[in-house]
Design a protein around this ligand. Structure first.
Ligand code: SAM
Length: 351
């Protein structure tokens, strides 16, 4: 295969679950089974390699299957596309008892268990899932992965009261909400057909998804804090970082949602801005689309109270802070990652 063909085909990605075993031991197990640390695309189909961007991620030949493998059935390895490992990696909650993390849209739980692994099962990891059936899967997956710091909760994240004392010390939030899924490679043919069919329907659907996605970010930006803050005029949020991701290739669900979130009352009050590129997978080359991030606001650019935003609050950010993955180009599914951080300086002067 030449370079272009490789980029177009997606290797079988295997994330080592470091809550149960080590990458070194897992590599040794594969070597003892006849695999060699070499080119995963070699004709022998027995080569595998370490990913250059995501620690503990291994690449195998695309035809390799692991569904019946004891490493998989025991939870020691997790089958997770490379791009879908980016959100937890960007959020990177410290492995400390002070870390209190919400995964707002958790099932089936691959990103939740990745967060648990990065946290080394320290601190607290609340995993929300509103769908009952998917919630059962989530609980099973977290238990299989040995994610003992997780608290799965069958609830709609949008109904969570930010002043609830259980969540007042939340420091990090992961938002990976429902999206069009247009980046998922094996859905592309079907989607291309759908796209050729009815343009208006597709746009309406994307707009609906985008307005739901924006609501989720705005809710995450509300001050998760205790109501009674002594002399403080306004509760000070503890949330330091929010990662928003989709497996969509459409700017409507990606840069435009981020732009509207940055221009929302919640972002202004909470002093949220985009994290600099240096904090968001700096070595990954494909970045956000600047024209889409800078495009004029849409009617969805309203605060949750329905107030039209004042032009003086209009703020976008640098699209190089955003990460994109393109199917057929990056050896991954299509994906988008953004990261909001709180500007403590601005927060204290805006009170
Ligand atoms: N992060 C998951 C993973 O990597 O395994 C995938 C999440 S999937 C894209 C989105 C999930 O969010 C779905 O299971 C959906 O039922 C759930 N969801 C959507 N809206 C929600 C809400 N308001 N509160 C909680 N869960 C929600």
């Amino acid at each position: 295969q030449n370079g272009d063909e490789r980029a177009a085909s997606i290797p079988r990605y295997v994330r080592v679950n470091t809550l149960i075993g080590t990458t070194e031991d897992t590599i040794e197990t594969f070597v003892s089974r006849g695999y060699t640390l070499s080119d995963p695309f070699s004709s022998s189909k027995k080569g595998f390699s370490k990913d250059p961007h995501v620690p503990d991620l291994l690449l195998f030949h695309p035809s390799t299957t692991f569904q019946d493998d004891d490493l998989y059935t025991s939870g020691k390895i997790i089958l997770q596309d490379k791009a879908s490992c980016f959100p937890a990696l960007v959020l990177s909650p410290p492995a400390s008892s002070d870390s209190v993390v919400i995964d707002a849209t958790a099932a089936p739980g691959n990103k939740t268990s990745h967060l648990g692994a990065l946290m080394k099962n320290k601190g607290k990891l609340f995993a929300f899932e509103r769908d009952k059936k998917r919630f059962s899967t989530l609980k099973m997956m977290l238990s299989k992965a040995g994610c003992t710091n997780s608290f799965p909760i069958n609830a709609d994240f949008l109904t969570i009261d930010p002043h609830d004392t259980r969540y007042s010390s939340v420091t990090h939030i992961l938002l990976d909400p429902s999206c069009s899924g247009s980046g998922i490679v094996n859905r592309l043919d079907y989607l291309l057909e759908a796209e050729n069919e009815g343009g208006t329907d597709k746009e309406e659907r994307l707009d609906k998804l985008a307005s739901f996605q924006l609501k989720m970010i705005q809710h995450a930006m509300r001050p998760f804090s205790s109501k009674h803050m002594g002399f403080a005029l306004r509760p000070v949020p503890n949330v330091r970082k929010i990662v928003y991701s989709t497996c969509s290739i459409h700017a409507t669900e990606n840069e435009r949602v981020v732009r509207n979130a940055l221009n929302s009352e919640e972002a202004r009050v909470g002093a949220f801005r985009l994290a600099p590129r240096s904090e968001v997978l700096p070595t990954w080359q494909r970045r956000g689309y600047p024209d889409e991030l800078d495009s004029p606001g849409t009617p969805s650019c309203f605060s949750h109270s329905g107030m039209k935003l004042d032009a003086r609050f209009t703020f976008t950010g640098d699209a190089s802070s955003l990460v994109r993955c393109l199917p057929g180009e990056d050896a991954t599914n299509g994906f988008f990652v953004s990261c909001f951080v709180r500007d403590n300086r601005q927060q204290s002067t805006s009170k």
